[in-house]
Design a protein around this ligand. Sequence first.
Ligand SMILES: [Zn+2]
Length: 434
Amino acid sequence: MYAWVLDNPLNRDVNKQICGQKCYIHTSVMKRILYILMLVMTVQVLLAQERCMTMRESEVEMANDTVYARGVMKLQQLAEAFAAGDSAVDRNDWPFPTLTVPIVVHVLYRTEQQNISMEQIHSQIEVLNRDFAGLNADLNKVPEPFRRLAGVSNIQFQLADRDPDGRFTNGVTRTKTAVENIGSQSIYHRPERGGVAPWPQPHYLNVWVCELEGDALGFAILPGAQISERDGIVMSPTAFGTIGTTNPPYDQGRTFVHEVGHYFGLRHLWGSDDASCNSTDYVSDTPVQLKENFGCKNFPSFSCSNEEFGDMFMNYMDYGNDTCMLFFTQQQVALMHLVLMKNRKTLFHSAGVTGTPTVSNERQLHVYPNPSSSEVFIEFGSTALGWVEVVDMKGILVHRSYHEGQRAKLTLDELAPGLYFVRTTFGVSRLSML
Ligand SMILES: [Zn+2]
């Protein structure tokens, strides 16, 4: 409509009459500038709308897989009943038990820069655990009427320390690919097309960190009764973690928090229709809102006139800048817990996380000299050993090698002084490096 007003011949005539040819030329130049500005703004909005592709990618998957589609619809009905306070929704499993979800990060890189560091991956896991537990310091930035609704989840996350075959792992795979924007092509999970196969999705939260088209930051495949072959989360290296390849304003790890919300069944605050106050996110304590909010808005910001405090633009399930995405509500947390119990309960039975290495069976390993500054020998029982791994106090794998026979010799010159754990399939032992 704005363009029509500018281009209206009547306006040109009026301009000419009022201030003559000079003014008309000036208006014409202004018009071109305005056109360019409008074009730039339109492109920016279109790009900004690509921030999260969860709905689009899940719909693609639903079109390809009718069983998965039925599962998503069934879950939608459950969420609808839950939001309406339907007493038929089974809550027998509550209070919700604490769960540590094993995460495997598949770093699928085309350029060396995209081969992100372990430190960057750990920075993301740290943010995820902090935010799900409601321990983020910036929670106090949430306006009071909304802050009292903030929820705390019992879901925690850890990089897997056992792979599907029961071997020790640091929870990260690294694969080089020649495919551009592989995350946007629905083939990131297919090795024969340049992707990486997921670890068993019932037992691991698979995350592919790989190149995405345009300014897209990530997406999750919504849960259904049957797990999709693409199940998991895809993240751009520009928005995963808080250091390294991340770019502001999406460099505080909040995109991944948002996507994990989707992974556990949450929808965007504005529902599935971004131009209606009648669309729902199936959560009873989030206000209805018209569409997504970008950047950092000032409170209150209204879009649907029936809401007392306006949009909850600082919720993780909106589109704000990372520094302005601050909390889940109690009902969002409750819905995630419900979906987990209904659709992702197998995560409870995963062997992907065995917890902090114990030393209860250390007598099975004889590590000497201990402490050491370089060479270490490991003696074990009567059988051949297999893999030996050394992890630091944070659980980060710093050495891995295969040995046969009854004794292994490790050269650990590169390790910084400190306390480490030596792990084999038989047991764990402490090792001090000087
Ligand atoms: Zn989203």
